[in-house]
Design a protein around this ligand. Structure first.
Ligand SMILES: C[S@@+](CC[C@H](N)C(=O)[O-])C[C@H]1O[C@@H](n2cnc3c(N)ncnc32)[C@H](O)[C@@H]1O
Length: 279
């Protein structure tokens, strides 16, 4: 038995035949000390509802529950994992809801609204499948309603993606993801996780990123902000008057009060918002 009274994750994986599938981005965490560290990085979970994407055999799910999450709602696409997750659910009666489905087709705001009826905050915590991690983060960062349905997000990414999320102007990693994350949240890398912590080990180091929504980000239309960042960083070595030509070039930059000879990576988030609002 493990510290939480459930069988060790290796036994669970063997018993349920959960050999990892690459196509589903499956790199499992089997060390409950590490999954506990991720749960703690999400802050106080007491009474909170946690939304988890991709619980797999349930390592992180178990840590979230043993660290006091009032409720966990976990969305898993791999049906092979459901029996293992049902055992976790039996161990924590009434606290774990498993949704068998695709996170990309899930209406998270609606899910959170339903969960919210019981009170408490909603937090997103996940060891995300790498193939859809960025896509999900962008969706959560660009939700229409702000403040959003979540009080924080604590998410595992490849280190290189984590660096892009927290990147500041002037760095090579600074781009569209850094602008979107910096616009609406305060994001920081909580800690790194080496490849050998996963089964099977991925090729690169991973990082846990913690993002907290800003109370009042500068007003901007998500669509316009996406358009200007896409254009500007699409030709990041060129001067802005060239890279944003299709959106209005020099006239647009003058309206926004930005020197047309600057390059995308020198603009801070507020300047990108000004640019978006001038479109
Ligand atoms: C990196 S593994 C993490 C597993 C587990 N949380 C852990 O930490 O050991 C990613 C998980 O996401 C699941 N997954 C992949 N694509 C998904 C999707 N579109 N919707 C929901 N779950 C998905 C995989 O089956 C896998 O269980």
């Amino acid at each position: 038995m493990s510290i939480d009274g459930l069988p060790p994750l290796r036994t669970v994986i063997e018993r349920h035949g959960l050999q990892a599938k690459k196509a589903l981005g499956q790199n499992f965490l089997l060390d409950l000390n590490l999954t506990g560290k991720i749960a703690r990085a999400a802050g106080d979970l007491t009474g909170a509802t946690v939304i988890e994407v991709g619980p797999g055999p349930g390592g992180l799910t178990r840590a979230l529950l043993s660290h006091g999450a009032g409720r966990v709602i976990a969305i898993e696409r791999d049906e092979r994992c459901l029996a293992a997750l049902a055992e976790v659910s039996d161990h924590y009666p009434g606290r774990l809801e498993i949704i068998a489905g695709d996170a990309l087709k899930t209406d998270f705001a609606a899910l959170a609204k339903k969960a919210h009826q019981g009170g408490g905050s909603v937090k997103i915590v996940a060891n995300l499948p790498y193939n859809i991690g960025t896509e999900l983060l962008i969706r959560w960062l660009t939700v229409a309603e702000w403040p959003p349905f979540y009080a924080s997000m604590t998410l595992m990414f490849q280190r290189e993606v984590a660096e892009r999320i927290v990147a500041r102007p002037g760095s090579d990693a600074y781009g569209r993801l850094g602008v979107l994350a910096g616009w609406r949240t305060e994001a920081r890398i909580a800690f790194d996780v080496p490849p050998q912590a996963f089964t099977p080990p991925p090729k690169v180091t991973s990082s846990v990123v913690h993002l907290v929504p800003r109370a009042s980000p500068l007003p901007a239309e998500v669509k316009k902000l996406s358009r200007v960042t896409e254009a500007a960083f699409g030709q990041r070595r060129k001067m802005l008057r060239q890279s944003v030509k299709s959106l209005g070039g020099e006239a647009l930059l003058t309206r926004a009060g930005i020197d047309p000879t600057r390059r995308a990576e020198t603009l801070d988030v507020d300047e990108f918002v000004r640019l978006a609002n001038a479109v």
